[in-house]
Write a protein that binds this ligand. Structure first.
Ligand SMILES: [Zn+2]
Length: 411
């Protein structure tokens, strides 16, 4: 795949840096754009952001990446990253073929994190604005990227992105931190099945956005997906090896870190105690995306969060068993939650073995001394009996099949 010469242009109050990407199955202009006042920070000296954006699509297509300028850091780490992705996704490595390797003369100063208003964002905001945070890690800037989290069809992603930007802006204005929104159509090149979903390319896509603004970000904190001891390689979720990747995508002048890798979801929610700003701005809801992509019918009504989707429910349970639920009466319909509370608790105790988030919630619920009601316990027992029946039925079926095969051989 070829990254052609970068062009920078001003349009409708924004600055765009773009390149025509050419490959066996692609011929598309990919851009990153920021508001006019941040245009000076948009990188067009090196192709690093575009190289990150193309790494997985090029790997899957088996095409080397040709480009004009690359920073020394990305040139240095490219082979290691591609070797790793090749192993994780099951493809032979590709090469980077730059015309020039340069040491960019950037002098960024901002300490930034992405802010979407969810549990991860707030935990990173609280920790990185606290008195305990070392000065060089204190936030000076918030941002929001459209690099894949909103889906792969650009017109749709832009709509959801703008809604999130307006919510994040209300928060940023209240806390007095500038917010920069970085828009991109890069997710539209992720058409191949093996790399279609955002979770499996989370860090490489965020890194593309970060490196597009390498002249602004000295330190970029990505809120953790989980705790560090869960680190392993997974082709389904880059969050599992985010601590490794963040270092490989860091450059001479932009350091990428994973924040709160010592806190699970419940641990992060505990930070909300005595932080009324969270009560005014918490937004965790996945209803819009789930309604569109999975045909769900979650309704938000008069509240910002639907209270029914998996993200809302797990947040409500955590707030409930931390004893701070009533503080969120403006963010969720708490009456609706309380009507279904027993069902949600039942699901936590039914599914905790397969779902790490439910496992955390179960530990939290048990730590409060909560006793399961007889109704919930009866439902769990019944569910367990059904599961066992299905298990033994399947075992008998497979044994009969084996027996049939053996008899056929003897005949
Ligand atoms: Zn929701």
């Amino acid at each position: 795949m070829k990254i052609n010469v970068l062009t920078k242009e001003h349009k409708d109050g924004r600055v765009f840096v773009s390149s025509l990407i050419e490959g066996n199955n692609i011929n598309e202009r990919i851009f990153f754009s920021v508001p006019e006042e941040y245009g000076q920070y948009l990188v067009d000296e090196v192709d690093d952001a575009f190289i990150c954006a193309l790494m997985l699509p090029a790997l899957v297509e088996g095409e080397d990446i040709e480009c004009i300028n690359v920073s020394e850091s990305i040139r240095y780490h490219f082979d290691t990253i591609i070797y790793l992705f090749g192993k994780v996704f099951g493809y032979p490595p590709i090469k980077l073929k730059p015309e020039n390797v340069i040491n960019p003369d950037f002098h960024p100063t901002a300490v930034c994190t992405g802010f979407s208003g969810g549990v991860d964002s707030f935990a990173t905001y609280i920790r990185h604005t606290s008195q305990d945070c070392p000065d060089s890690f204190k936030l000076s800037q918030l941002c929001l990227f459209n690099v894949g989290a909103y889906g792969n069809h650009y017109p749709n992603t832009y709509k959801y992105f703008k809604e999130d930007v307006s919510r994040a802006l209300a928060f940023a204005n209240e806390v007095g931190l500038p917010l920069i929104d970085l828009d991109s159509n890069m997710s539209s090149i992720y058409t191949q099945k093996d790399i279609y979903h955002f979770s499996l390319r989370l860090i490489v896509c965020l890194s593309a956005g970060i490196l597009a603004l390498a002249k602004l970000f000295k330190t970029y904190i990505i809120p953790s997906s989980g705790t560090i001891e869960g680190t392993h390689f997974s082709r389904w979720d880059q969050g599992y090896y985010e601590n490794l990747l963040s270092q490989l995508f860091s450059t001479e002048t932009t350091q990428i870190f994973i924040g709160e890798a010592d806190l699970d979801r419940v641990g992060k929610t505990k930070l909300f105690v005595n932080h009324p700003i969270v009560e005014r701005h918490l937004y965790v809801c996945a209803a819009d995306v789930q309604n569109e992509k999975q045909g769900k019918h979650y309704v938000k009504g008069d509240y910002p969060n639907c209270g029914d989707c998996f993200k809302c429910v797990r947040t409500l349970l955590a707030l409930d068993f931390l004893g701070i639920l009533d503080n969120y009466a403006d963010r969720f319909d708490l009456n609706k939650y309380r009507q279904h509370r027993d069902d949600y608790i039942f699901e936590v105790f039914r599914d905790y073995r397969e779902d790490p988030f439910k496992n955390e919630l179960r530990d939290l619920i048990l730590s409060t001394g909560y006793q399961l009601s007889t109704t919930i316990q009866r439902r769990l027992d019944e569910d367990e009996r059904t599961r066992r029946k299905i298990y033994y039925r399947q075992r008998i079926k497979s044994l009969l099949c084996r027996l049939k095969r053996m008899l056929a051989v003897w005949k």
